[in-house]
Design a protein around this ligand. Structure first.
Ligand SMILES: [Zn+2]
Length: 114
């Protein structure tokens, strides 16, 4: 093939033109993100496995930004929901302990369990 920058003949498999250093169409085909659909499936995976979602987010954030964001948002929602559930649980335990009149000492085992 011929370089589209300088027009000189170069190897068909070359990624960079040896004459002028410009990337060839091979390099551009290579750069195309593969299967970066950003599908909701990655979000669901991140939701149920936040750690996996986080890892996928870190691995993909440059190569597959859409899928990375999807997995990252799923993981984030999961972590936030989990944190909210724990806070609600602590509030319920505190209210239950206060209304039962046992005081703060009775709270400790319940808080540890939560
Ligand atoms: Zn060239």
């Amino acid at each position: 093939m011929f370089c589209r920058n300088c027009g000189k003949e170069i190897d068909d498999k070359a990624y960079v033109c040896p004459h002028c250093g410009v990337l060839t169409s091979n390099a551009e085909a290579q750069k195309q993100p593969v299967n970066d659909s950003g599908s909701a499936g990655w979000g669901v995976l991140g939701f149920f496995f936040p750690l996996v979602g986080l890892i996928l987010f870190l691995i993909w954030k440059s190569d597959r930004p859409k899928s990375a964001r999807s997995a990252g948002i799923g993981a984030l929602i999961s972590v936030i929901l989990y944190a909210v559930l724990i806070v609600i649980e602590i509030i319920i335990v505190v209210i239950a302990a206060m209304s039962s009149g046992y005081g703060t000492i009775a709270l400790l085992p319940a808080l540890i369990a939560a």
